[in-house]
Design a protein around this ligand. Structure first.
Ligand code: DGJ
Length: 544
């Protein structure tokens, strides 16, 4: 259908085209998450969609004029999605009176730039705090109570144990979702984040009277039953903590989990999750877009209460999954160098990998290949994307250009063993991958010692997605890697490169460019995409 539109483009006026494309898009079904084998795909406009995203700085979307100069940059960086806040205080400045001007403007402008949106609901909590609660809620702590810290003081965090807080948040979020359903007929908004980096501070759990009384009551049966049923597959951190009471299944939180700050965090996580679930449920009742929550990852050796505790963190994943079934994904925000470590943790318990925030850094260009290739993740999004000053030079943008071309191939191989990824740097210089009869050894380009940069102590990250199209046929896409090939099960034979082509995918069709022989494949010894280059190569192997 879309192809036809382009054929007739010259014959009909732009207004007719706009109308036509609106009608066509309006026929697509709403965004959803589909399970494919062991993985999850985000389906947008009836096709698998990878969020090649960027998240806006917190205040940028509060002023459309401020945003104006930035939109063209997003296209230059090959983004397909902007992740943008919706501010409760500006959306409901007077209780019960909603103003959707900012949301509507964002949607319209995104459409003009062929971008999709993920909305961040800055509601009850933003980075633990409740700074986005409207003034009418902030100033009435009697009606909208605050959490209380270990010192017995109110903090600027709405209590998760207050029905009034919950109802106010639910009303506003419901209004937002209802508005989207009525107005966003083109499905520009593809997903919604509920709250932002929820987490208790200055105490591992709230110290309000209601919270204390619940803490001293029995662990709710629904949670207990869930944990008993899933006991064998719980994350090891939780299982180990519970094992200290010999897996006690009745009594108060301290009876079941023992007296510890970890128990306090588990308790608070349950009630944060229940609250957030109610908000998500209320929104989904109006308009059931996929919904996720994000977490501020804690540093090592810090006690609960000293980091934003009880959010959707790895150690309490089970608690969140038990108490918040309306939340589809638990997501890590990366301002933490331990990328593989946390991706491994967040892909447990069938949780798909979606990275809504990662600090802006050149290493993102490699990390995005690994997130998609190895974890079969479906989204990546550096924070404060509008701050990029040289969009055409932005490394992650170059990776996005490659991934956008490869998207249909990625979709085919998501959830199967025929797709993997590599992520390399000066400390992890090499990685092996097995595909059927073939062992691929991927090394950092600088291991060749051919580039002057190889002498620097810290090498730039390099990464790739590798797809096995058929026996001995591979697609290699990435930056800064060298790959050699061996056979896994036949010592008498070797694997050789029959042919290697670089090329591009245009609308899913492979268009070969140079035949990469001679110096380009080191006379048949390896496949190489140098540091500073980004590309796709197709390789056919043979046995000799
Ligand atoms: C993580 C938060 O989720 C963002 O909204 C923003 O505050 C960044 N941290 C700032 O680094």
């Amino acid at each position: 259908m879309m192809k036809k539109l382009f054929t007739y483009k010259t014959l009909i006026t732009p207004i007719v085209i706009a109308h036509f494309s609106l009608t066509l898009n309006a026929q697509t079904s709403m965004p959803r998450l589909d399970i494919k084998n062991k993985s999850v795909q985000l389906i947008v406009d009836d096709k698998p969609f990878i969020v090649l995203g960027g998240e806006l700085g917190n205040s940028s979307a509060s002023d459309m004029k401020y945003m104006e100069p930035h939109w063209d940059k997003f296209t230059s960086m090959h983004l397909n999605t902007i992740i943008t806040p919706v501010y409760w205080e500006l959306m409901e400045p007077t209780e019960g009176k909603f103003d959707f001007t900012l949301v509507d403007n964002m949607i319209n402008t995104a459409q003009q730039h062929q971008l999709k949106l993920v909305l961040l609901w800055f509601g009850s909590w933003k980075n633990s705090m409740s700074c986005y609660a409207p003034a009418w809620a902030k100033t009435n702590t009697q009606r909208f109570p605050r959490a209380i810290n270990d010192a017995g003081r109110k903090v600027e965090i709405l209590s998760a144990f207050s029905q009034n807080n919950l109802e106010a948040d639910c009303k506003a979020f419901t209004a937002l979702m209802k508005h989207l359903k009525q107005t966003d007929k083109q499905h520009t908004v593809i997903m919604v984040q509920v709250e932002n980096e929820i987490g208790m501070l200055q105490a591992a759990r709230e110290r309000t009277r209601v919270a204390d009384s619940l803490f001293n009551s029995n662990v709710p049966t629904e949670l207990m039953n869930y944990l008993i049923a899933k006991k064998d597959s719980l994350v090891p951190e939780l299982k180990q903590h519970w094992s200290a009471t010999n897996f006690t299944t009745t009594g108060t939180w301290e009876n079941v989990f023992g007296k510890s700050l970890i128990t306090d965090e588990i308790f608070q996580a349950y009630y944060y999750a229940k609250y957030t679930n109610k908000v998500a449920e209320a929104g989904k009742k109006e308009y059931a877009l996929p919904m996720y929550v994000n977490a501020a990852l804690n540093h090592r050796n810090v006690k609960p209460g000293e980091y934003p505790s009880a959010g959707p963190l790895p150690q309490v994943m089970d608690i969140w999954q038990a108490a918040a079934p309306a939340i589809d994904i638990l997501s890590p925000d990366f301002y933490n160098p331990r990328f593989k470590w946390y991706c491994d943790l967040y892909t447990r318990r069938n949780n798909p990998l979606f990275i809504p925030e990662i600090g802006r850094d050149a290493s993102n260009a490699a990390k995005v290949f690994y997130a998609i290739g190895h974890y079969h993740g479906f989204g990546f999004s550096p924070f404060s994307i509008e701050s990029v000053t040289q969009p055409t030079e932005e490394p992650v943008g170059k990776s996005y250009e490659v991934i956008a071309q490869l998207a249909p191939e990625i979709a085919k191989h998501t959830g199967s063993n025929s797709m993997d990824g590599v992520l390399l740097d000066s400390t992890n210089q090499e990685q092996e991958l097995i595909f059927g009869d073939y062992k691929l050894t991927a090394k950092h380009d600088y291991t060749l010692g051919w580039s002057p940069g190889a002498k620097q102590p810290n090498w730039p990250h390099s990464g790739a997605i590798i797809i096995e199209e058929g026996p001995g046929e591979f697609i290699v896409a990435g930056t800064g890697i060298v790959i050699t090939f061996q056979l896994t099960n036949n010592a008498a034979q070797s694997a050789g490169i029959l042919q290697a082509d670089e090329g591009i995918y245009k609308n899913g069709q492979w268009i070969p460019g140079r035949r990469m022989n001679g110096d380009q494949d080191h006379q048949g010894r390896h496949i190489r995409i140098a540091v500073g280059d980004w590309g796709i190569q197709k390789v056919k192997l043979y046995k000799y």
